[in-house]
Design a protein around this ligand. Structure first.
Ligand code: MN
Ligand code: MN
Length: 421
């Protein structure tokens, strides 16, 4: 049954679909109403397309124009599923000399209890100050190149250079750094496995040392009062610096293989072979099965060609936090008690899908749609609706869908993450 917000349909017995089926001639006739008829309720079964949906304003024309599924929801939408959208283009930027940062956390997107995201830019040579924090950190390089370091508690050190399409993972509490390289620094998405994480609430090298009594710092670190007086009094956070030496020189400078880690904290996601490919696009899945250090974040990089869809599915093990990299599309999320919401999404938007809620994503643009799916989970998992129907004995499927078994055979029986148009 469709949305029952249109109460006239049930009270009059008037069938909306039958009315629509009568064709455009009938609609035109209805629209050219007499003045007497015009005083009657007009929303008889066609509220989206008659005067009921007229909007005298005011209007934010930019938002209105790019959100057709909010302004004229499909008839299948119903009820309230809570907030599922935010955009980095609405998140206040903290701009410092050397770059900027902004974030979308549970404060901006309240249902997202498991994941918070930060988008950050560092110019060439500039640092995100050495730090650590309570959450695990997963990252995707969006632009440029960077040098990253992370130290294990046993004193072994990881140093690597990353570029567009690469990932890193830093375990909670492990101290790390990010520095923009040439020619134009970098931009990256950070994903934390705590919805309430704040990029302004990290443990910083500068603040740790600035808030230790100087005589203790002298005893601990063998520094003189003159040395200690030169240390930063306040946090550096993001700041410009000289470009580093080559990766090989930096590795050699700290002791080479003697202090090198066993683990690989970076992964080349953009360069890996697709996990799945079809005429409609491709999917690259990275989780702890192929990137072992990423114990708490599973991810998929999805590319959908124009008109294609990420098939109807859900995730049995986690809620989904999406970051849209390019293109545009729409997603419908269906929740219990017939609640459903369709929304439009664009590059730099974040979408949230509640745990185990059914959804699809359709490319509604004329260019490829590219987005990241992230989950607070060690493994990527999804359940395909088509696949499930295909595994039902024919009579079971027929009894539920009210379709003849010969019709049900048309439905693909295997999981197809992307279906071409
Ligand atoms: Mn960090
Ligand atoms: Mn999904």
């Amino acid at each position: 049954m469709y949305d029952s917000d249109d109460s006239s349909a049930s009270t009059t017995g008037f069938s909306r679909s039958a009315f629509l089926g009568a064709g455009t001639a009938a609609l035109a006739t209805a629209a050219v109403a007499t003045s007497a008829a015009a005083q009657q309720p007009q929303n008889i079964g066609n509220a989206e397309h008659d005067h009921s949906s007229s909007d005298p304003g005011p209007v934010n024309s930019t938002l209105f124009g790019i959100n057709p599924n909010t302004n004229t929801p499909p008839r299948t939408d119903h009820g309230d599923i809570g907030p599922v959208w935010y955009s980095f283009d609405l998140a206040r930027k903290r701009v410092e000399e050397g770059g900027w940062t902004h974030q979308i956390t549970q404060r901006e997107l309240p249902p997202s209890k498991d994941i918070a995201g930060v988008n950050m830019r560092l110019t060439a040579g500039s640092f995100r100050e050495l730090h650590w924090h309570t959450a695990n950190e997963w990252a995707y390089m969006e632009y440029g190149t960077a040098r990253i370091t992370v130290m294990n508690p046993d004193g072994t050190m990881f140093i690597d250079d990353v570029s567009e399409g690469d990932l890193w993972f830093f375990p909670a509490g492990y101290p790390h750094s990010i520095q923009g390289l040439g020619p134009d620094g970098c931009q990256f998405l950070l994903v934390f496995d705590e919805g309430n994480f704040s990029e302004d609430g990290t443990f910083l090298l500068s603040e740790f040392m600035a808030h230790i009594p100087p005589e203790v710092l002298a005893k601990n670190s063998n520094l003189s009062p003159t040395d200690i007086a030169k240390l930063p009094k306040e946090q550096l956070y993001i700041f410009p610096a000289q470009m580093p030496k080559s990766l090989a020189e930096d590795k050699a400078a700290i002791g080479g293989n003697r202090v090198a880690v066993q683990q690989q904290y970076t992964f080349k996601m953009g360069a890996m072979a697709p996990t799945f490919k079809s005429s409609g696009g491709e999917v690259r899945i990275v989780d702890s099965s192929n990137f072992p250090v990423s114990t708490s974040i599973a991810s998929a990089l999805v590319r959908i060609k124009p008109g294609g869809i990420r098939e109807l599915h859900w995730h049995p093990n986690a809620s989904e936090w999406q970051f849209w990299l390019s293109g545009q599309g729409r997603m419908t999320i269906v929740m219990p008690d017939a609640r459903a919401r369709t929304m439009d999404f664009h590059a730099n938007d974040v979408a949230f899908v509640p745990a185990v809620a059914g959804h699809y994503i359709e490319n509604t643009g004329e260019t490829d749609l590219v987005f990241l799916e992230m989950f607070k989970a060690p493994r990527f998992m999804d359940v395909s609706l088509n696949n499930w129907i295909g595994r039902m004995p024919p009579e079971m499927a027929s009894a539920h869908l009210k379709l003849d078994p010969s019709v049900i055979k048309k439905i693909p029986t295997e999981k197809q993450p992307i279906i071409g148009k």
